[in-house]
Design a binder for this molecule. Sequence first.
Ligand code: FES
Ligand SMILES: [Fe+2]
Length: 440
Amino acid sequence: MNTPAIEASLDQLVEATRVNRQVYLDPDIFDLEMERIWGKAWIFIGHESQIPLSGDYFTTNIDHKTPVLMVRGKDHKIHVLHNRCAHKGAKIVTARSGKIAGAFRCPYHGWTFKHNGNLLKIPNESGYENTGFDLNDSCNNLQPLAQFDSYRGFVFASLSDQTPDLKTWLGGAIDCFDNLCDRAPEGEVEVAGGVLRYEHDCNWKFIIENLNDTMHPMIVHQSVVQSAEAYISTLDADAAKQKQEAEILLPFGASYENFEDSGITGFPYGHHYDGGKTSIHANYSVMPEYHKAMIDRYGEQRTQGIYAFNTHNTLLYPSLTIKCAIQNIRVIRPVAVNKFIVETWSFRLKGAPDEMLQRTLLYSRLINSSASMVGPDDLEVYRRLQEGLASNSSQWVEMHRQFGRDQQLEDRVTGGGTSDLDVRTQYKAWRHYMLGEAML
Ligand code: FES
Ligand SMILES: [Fe+2]
């Protein structure tokens, strides 16, 4: 489809209970998604703990083509800047992270910029006299993103100045950041243990639609669960550590009833989580030393309240997923209509014993890495989706499950844990961004 044709048909691509296959296949629709969804929403950039000191920086893309730079200023404030020289446009920094001593220096003609992006110096400046060039014009700085802000250390930015403020945009899904951080005895988390990057050769929406698709684990991950069970049955009684590790895989075989009980909660702007009262992580054992640190900090009642908020996966549409009880996140970045990258970052709970971090890292490796037993299962079905949807046999992908049973509350929608409420929530947001429709 060409762009005028897409504009004319955009309204017909997403209905209440079905989606046209072209939203996964058409490169022009992908370009419009980049402009209207990724160019308007708050996109997760990184965590403040990645740049603890003045001059520390971290780089990423905000969409498929816009390089950005998160840097800690001399005043300790965080800045999110376009990673593009104001002179002739060279990308300033190519490393994923690092530290600058004095200033950012462009590798092409040597313009230098302060930590906050302001132009510092131009070599051989005399050639600009009487040319109309103004050294102090802000257009000569590294440009800040239209908006950036953070909540409990999680930094987001937006290419649009029209998007509502971050807290309003997060809505009730903000509870997941609070729960993740409150699980730390010191009330703060920090990135630890590196990153797992995983390229997927399929459309970016498949992973966020799979996230709380609770009708698939018992099918797609059946062989993993069976292998884990078979392995556990071979272990001696004193192999507690191996047993504990293999048991991480078992919840992926949870029953339909189990998943149904966990419920799904949707919010404006496409965010949602499954669980809350219970989830497949509800029985994740609490280490005694950790539990003591939590009681010392919060007292028994509040500690139980923190454990009891049991979400499985949370999506902050479209770029971030959180596992509170596991202490890891996944960051999504589209590359093309049939390619995206997902990064898994793990967190240390400040004040918790090191075993908690080791368990998180183990989980990330076992479930989310390219060498894991679970993530590649999912990628295999995403590839089949990409291939199958290219067929002209039908134009539609359906999402009817439990339609009409959703409960509309003041700021959220709730429904059964095996419903398609999660995808319907996402496509409501898709229509909001792509067509300018109102949220909720
Ligand atoms: S492009 Fe950066 S100094 Fe010329
Ligand atoms: Fe899965």
